[in-house]
Ligand binder design. Structure first.
Ligand code: ADP
Length: 402
């Protein structure tokens, strides 16, 4: 019987989970399997893959008209673990929680007080935080003795200089209403910061481009976040699959005053109808756009690359130069054409692309004589959460749930 931790990552319409073995036999958490439920609230689909990526369980058939809620999804995952992880003793659950507010600058064991504090951050991340907390509550209801750990997307950025966090707003909005730049994708950046020395020893200053369906960039110095493109919410910065990225706030005023947009219509526009999907009119998936000969698809890709290049310049300036540029997440890890264009546009910075290495996804995609190196490093937010969970629980005696 092995000890293990389960990692839960709830999104607005999906739930990802992973089980890692921990303990003496595995000083570092070892992935056993991972899975996801897609289509929460619409047509659900469940899939589990082993550590080698092979599918080990699938379910696409659900009773007619099923709409899975987040709580049902978490129950489904726990039932699966109960039946299928009989040789694993689950000792703790680690959760991705989007917002730690001004209070949490690192992972925390969840208690009633912590949960109450996390509830107060719901208005700061209304699209994500309620789902994250629903998963914690669902597990608590079923297994009250199981320790749970919350790991925050904002925490990695909490040490940024105050000037990087401030908006030029009146002071009471900054202090009382906590309206400031928080930054997101922190678990991904923390994982990359941890791994970077293995790839690029001596690279003290880096810009990491996390390019997935959500996309952001972060300047990292000596393993710490200096600045990032996401701010108060995860809609700031780069254009994304369906999100606008940075938008002149005057546009929102104009839409409200001249086109009668209300808060709900603006939210839908900013989060769901814009970005690659809005500009192309075709898809939010980079693969569809790259395979299309529609000029609007090409323009959406151009716009995405232009903003990566422009934000790279800003982050390089914020960190006073860089030693390494890192690409990660779905697009960053797989789209060699996009990486080549970003690196070519960044030749002013001293990046010389190694075309052959880029074609095979690196990991080093710059030539050996490139003054600034460029890398592809796959991110692993689930592993980061597992590590935090194990570290935080330490050797304390735990009550396993199965
Ligand atoms: P998330 O975890 O935020 O859902 P991912 O990091 O998994 O996002 O990235 C998903 C995106 O990655 C997809 O929407 C797609 O655009 C992109 N992607 C995945 N594979 C490729 C590929 N081979 N080439 C280009 N883009 C890809």
């Amino acid at each position: 019987m092995k000890n293990g931790v389960v990692v839960i990552n709830t999104g607005s319409s999906s739930l990802k989970f992973a089980v890692f073995a921990t303990g003496d036999a595995a000083p570092e958490p070892t992935l056993l399997f991972k899975g996801r439920i897609e289509g929460i609230g619409s047509d659900p689909a469940f899939e589990v893959k082993g550590a080698d990526g092979a599918t080990i369980a699938e379910r696409t058939e659900w009773p007619r008209g099923s709409t899975l809620t987040h709580v049902c999804a978490i129950r489904h995952v726990l039932e699966y673990l109960d039946k299928n992880a009989e040789r694993i003793r689950i000792m703790a659950a680690g959760h991705r929680v989007v917002h730690g507010g001004l209070v949490y600058s690192g992972p925390v064991r969840v208690s009633e007080e912590v949960l109450a504090a996390l509830e107060t951050f719901v208005p700061l991340a209304p699209l994500h935080q309620p789902h994250n907390l629903a998963a914690i509550k669902a597990i608590h209801d079923l297994y009250p003795a199981l320790p749970q750990v919350a790991c925050f997307d904002t925490a990695f950025h909490s040490g940024q200089a105050r000037v990087a966090k401030l908006f030029a707003l009146p002071r009471d909005l900054t202090e009382q209403a906590a309206i400031r730049r928080y930054g997101f994708h922190g678990l991904s950046y923390e994982y990359i910061a941890m791994r970077l020395p293995d790839f690029a020893p001596g690279a003290r200053r880096a810009v990491v481009a996390h390019l997935g369906s959500g996309a952001s960039m972060c300047a990292i110095r000596d393993g710490k976040s200096l600045d990032s493109t996401m701010g108060f919410t995860a809609v700031d910065g780069l254009p994304m699959g369906t999100r606008t990225g940075a938008l002149d706030p005057g546009v929102i005023l104009h839409l409200m005053q001249e086109y009668r947009y209300d808060a709900e219509a603006i939210e839908t526009l900013l989060y769901k109808e814009s970005g690659l999907l809005g500009v192309s009119g075709i898809s939010n998936d980079m693969r569809d756009l790259a395979g299309s000969d529609d000029p609007n698809a090409a323009e959406a890709i151009d716009l995405f690359i232009y903003h990566i290049t422009k934000n790279l310049g800003a982050l390089v300036a914020a960190s006073g130069g860089i030693d390494a540029l890192v690409f990660t997440a779905g697009i960053g890890e797989n789209d060699r054409g996009l990486r080549a264009r970003v690196c070519e546009d960044a030749s002013w910075l001293g990046i010389r692309l190694d075309t052959a290495a880029n074609a095979t996804n690196g990991p080093r995609i710059s030539t050996l004589d490139s003054p600034v190196s460029a890398w592809v490093i796959p991110t692993d937010e689930e592993r980061m959460i597992a590590l935090h969970t194990v570290r935080l629980m330490g050797d304390r005696p735990l009550t396993p749930f199965c």
